[in-house]
Every structure is written in C-alpha cells, then in structure tokens.
Design a protein around this ligand. Structure first.
Ligand SMILES: [Zn+2]
Ligand SMILES: [Zn+2]
Length: 251
C-alpha cells in the first residue's frame, strides 16, 4: 500500500497541476514529453507508472495472472455474482497515488485525468452493457463535504463516446443506494466478507433485462462488488459485469 502523501507534498503537486494546466504540460510532472494515448493531460513516462496495464488478468475477478488461464483458481472454485471484471491498472504505483490523492486529499485538479482514464477504460470493455451504475461509496467525511468521488468522475464521462458498445449506454448514478457501511475485517475469508456486506445496498429502480456495468474505484476482496451485483440481479438485471480503476491484491 503506498504511503499517503504528506500535506506539503500534496500542496507541491497541486501547484504542479495548476501550472501544468496553465502551460499545457503533464498534470503529474509538468513535462511536455509525448503523451499517453488515452489522455493529453498525461505524459508517456507517468503513464508507464500505471502498473499492470498490459498484464493478463483473470476474466472473473481481474486479478493479474502470471499464467494464460482464463480464470484464477479462486474464481474457478467459487464464481462471483458478476460475470466478468476489468481493471484499468493494478492498485499500486502511480494509479494508487492518484486515487488516494483524489479520493482522500480531495485533489480535484486530478479529476479530468481520472475522467480520461475512466472514459478510455470503459471504451475498452469488450463485454456488452447498456447501463453504467457506480457502486455507492460511503464515507462520512466526504459526504459531509458533498464530495462523492466516483460520481464526480462519472458525471464527466461521455457515454456517446463508448464506441465498442452496440448502443449508447446510460449512466444511472442513483440506481443503487447504500444502506450501511460494513467495516470489512482484515484477514476474514471470502465467505465471512460476503456475510459482512450482506444488505449493504438496495436497488432504487427496476433493472429488468438490463446489462449492467458496475463501476468502482478499487477492487479489493470483491465482497462489496459481489453484493452490489447480487442486488442488481435481484432487481431484474440480465447480467452484471465490473469495471474498476484499479485492482488491489493478488499478482
Ligand atoms: Zn508526467
Ligand atoms: Zn479470478
């Protein structure tokens, strides 16, 4: 787990962001090097620090695999409520720092870059979906400030530009609501974690026949995503797949 940046470091990087935005450089390092293919705000060197982007991943849980297997052993033994998972990056290196700075340090200057990443990532998802539903996040501090990180990013995503889909998906930001926030216990096994998050969500609309893409920032144990998918299916969804900014955990 990368360390949370200190306040002085955060202020320094925010200054770089503002300056870079002003002069058109990379928002992370300020350089004018060649850009990443998915964002004009990011240079190729910083892009290379988004670790695990080209790594082969388990189709079920998006865990990075060192073999060419379709599914990891865990997914072979116990499938999830969702049918497939996709991750933009591994939750380490620059991707982890980006998410931490944005989510917990409220560095909103990173929002356009995270929107570029999300836009690109959703375009690359090959499974079909007709609606995008964010997993409701709950953090008393962020909600008290009126800042909901994932919703803020998805609000800027253009669903018409998701070219791989047969039809333009719609974004349903409030299709799920969070009823309670379970504190997942470190070291708990998969079954225990699934039990802890049971009843955490409710569907606010009928999802009959919908092909849902659940979107979250980080996939850790998968228990929260599994519960959200289970609720979507019980609300009538035909299928549920998952896309996350970053996949934590197993290599
Ligand atoms: Zn850079
Ligand atoms: Zn897996």
């Amino acid at each position: 787990m990368p360390r949370i940046l200190t306040r002085s470091h955060a202020l320094k990087t925010r200054a770089i962001n503002l300056l870079a935005h002003w002069v058109g450089g990379c928002v992370l390092c300020g350089s004018h090097r060649a850009r990443a293919d998915y964002s004009s705000r990011l240079c190729a060197v910083c892009d290379a620090q988004m670790l695990g982007r080209t790594q082969h991943r388990c189709a079920g849980c998006a865990a990075a695999l060192t073999t060419n297997d379709h599914l990891c052993l865990s997914c072979q033994q116990k499938p999830h409520a969702f049918s497939a998972s996709h991750a933009f990056s591994s939750y380490k290196g620059l991707a982890a720092q980006l998410i931490l700075r944005y989510k917990f340090h409220h560095d909103l200057s990173l929002a356009p870059l995270l929107t570029d990443i999300t836009q690109h990532g959703l375009s690359c998802v090959s499974s079909e979906f007709d609606c995008i539903i964010p997993v409701p996040q709950f953090d008393a501090l962020t909600h008290s400030r009126g800042f909901i990180p994932l919703a803020h990013i998805l609000h800027s995503v253009n669903p018409h530009a998701l070219v791989r889909q047969p039809q333009t998906p719609i974004i349903l930001p409030n299709a799920l609501m969070r009823l309670h926030h379970a504190q997942l216990q470190v070291g708990a096994d998969k079954a225990a974690r699934r039990e802890q998050v049971k009843g955490a969500f409710a569907a606010t609309i009928d999802l009959t026949g919908r092909q849902v893409l659940l979107v979250d920032d980080v996939y850790t144990s998968g228990a929260t995503l599994n519960e959200a998918a289970r609720i979507c299916l019980s609300a009538g969804a035909q299928s549920v797949a998952v896309w996350v900014l970053a996949r934590a955990g197993r290599i």
